[in-house]
Design a protein around this ligand. Structure first.
Ligand SMILES: *Cc1c(COP(=O)(O)O)cnc(C)c1O
Length: 431
């Protein structure tokens, strides 16, 4: 499943002890497993083999150049949401012809950039955007490949902040309006109606919502495909991963837990969806982010203080919400384990960062082994929506990132030098 495990009592990423990495590079430190990134990609690719398909890794989940290169080498396409992400893919050696460009707020400049460089398709989120793309394309004398994003109004049964496929959400166009829009779009001269796209949400742990959405949208795809000559149907991303196996198993070795075995596997996903998709006779795009990246990375951190107040045991670490915001933003669970395996009594602990916000907390009342100042911990499953959401809040530099490949490791993003935190700021001449 992934490549973080204890070897002789020390947490390793593939063949490298994470303790040796933190000693070399300091903390907080993101550590990524190349084998896990590539392995998850291959698993999905294998499961989808019966379909003509293209996996477009959702760059927003983890956009480090080394990660993008790893996936580009596997043959991945990319799902991007800004000019910056398109440029990153290019910088990493990815193929823009295998990129889709999504997002509700594409600017004229971004559209022009994507048209000039030549992408696979714009995933269009509104009719005004469609008109804008047509206008920019006419000005540049190009034909823009487009797919409308349909909102199927399906509840994905996931956290409110990461559901995207109901009419409460800002994404896409209502199912009922799609046919009309394609009719009007077919009269716009600088568009190529290449397909249809949907994405119902993130961290889905069951196949049912995917199935319901595909069942609802497939007949529409079929109709429009025959009418407009589609090439593809993108079913979006959203495959969930196991963050919280301890709840099920009570063990910190979560890769062996029953929850890990119960998870929504690519095989289950493919087995359910392939029979619904195959009859369309189209190329199927899928846009996974978390499934590929989530369990491919951890965040290593140092214990600075242990503080007992009232009934609480606070473990104060040097990573904070500016490094990993998911617990503060989505109440999400990250398994916390020491880099040196500990047995013995567990103490209900709150692992918190140094930032001056009560929300700067990674877990509350979690039974953890006793730790002391100078020990190191790992926050697991931090490979997706981790480093990419980092900020310099409290003037804390962006964390360093390391990629491991077998027994090799290399820094793939240096720790931000502290002076760079206020780079670009100026004191006006009148002060
Ligand atoms: C975020 C996003 C994805 C990736 O979601 P995951 O849950 O990480 O797989 C895919 N497609 C679109 C349109 C997205 O917004």
């Amino acid at each position: 499943m992934h490549s973080f495990r204890y070897v002789r009592g020390k947490l390793h990423c593939e063949g490298v002890s994470i303790e040796s990495l933190v000693e070399q590079h300091g903390t907080p430190l993101y550590v990524y497993s190349q084998e896990t990134f590539a392995g998850h990609y291959r698993k999905l690719d294998e499961a989808l083999k019966p379909l003509d398909h293209l996996i477009c890794f959702a760059v927003k989940a983890n956009s480090n150049l080394a990660v993008l290169r790893t996936l580009a080498n596997e043959g991945s396409g990319f799902d991007t949401v800004s000019e910056g992400e398109l440029r990153r893919v290019a910088a990493a050696g990815g193929d823009l012809k295998r990129c889709v460009f999504a997002g509700v707020g594409k600017t004229e400049d971004e559209i022009a950039f994507a048209l000039k460089r030549g992408i696979y398709a714009f995933n269009v989120e509104s009719e005004p955007e469609l008109l804008r793309i047509n206008r920019v394309a006419a000005k540049l004398k190009r034909i823009a490949p487009v797919a409308m994003r349909v909102n199927p109004n399906i509840d994905a049964h996931t956290h409110a902040k990461i559901t995207t496929g109901t009419y409460e959400n800002k994404f896409g166009v209502a199912f009922e309006e799609i046919e009309g829009i394609y009719g009007r779009a077919s009269r716009l001269k600088n568009l190529h109606l290449r397909g249809l796209q949907m994405h119902i949400g993130s961290q889905l742990t069951e196949v049912k919502p995917f199935e319901a959405a595909v069942r609802k949208v497939a007949p529409l795809v079929d109709l429009l495909s025959k009418r407009h000559g589609f090439e593809f149907f993108s079913i979006g991303g959203g495959l969930g991963i196991v963050y919280d196996p301890a709840l099920a198993s009570g063990t910190a070795e979560w890769w062996n837990s029953p929850a890990a075995r119960k998870l929504l596997t690519p095989e289950k996903y493919a087995r359910t969806l392939i029979p619904l998709l195959q009859p369309l006779g189209l190329k199927i795009l899928i846009e996974p982010g978390r499934f590929i990246a989530g369990n491919s990375g951890i965040l290593a951190t140092r214990v600075e203080y242990v503080k007992q107040t009232g009934r609480k045991n606070f473990v104060i670490v040097d990573a904070a919400m500016n490094d990993l915001i998911r617990p503060a933003m989505y109440d999400s669970y990250h398994e916390v384990v020491p880099l040196r395996k500990r047995t013995g009594k567990r103490i209900a602990s709150d692992v918190v960062g140094p930032i001056c916000e009560s929300g700067d907390s990674f877990c509350k009342n979690r039974p953890l082994p006793k730790v002391a100042e100078g020990d190191y911990l790992a926050l697991l499953s931090a490979g997706a929506y981790g480093s990419v959401m980092g900020s310099t809040y409290n003037s804390r530099p962006l964390a360093a990132e390391v990629l491991v490949n077998g027994s090799q490791s290399q820094l793939v993003r240096q720790r931000q030098p502290i002076q760079k935190v206020w780079d670009g700021e100026k004191i006006p001449s009148w002060l």
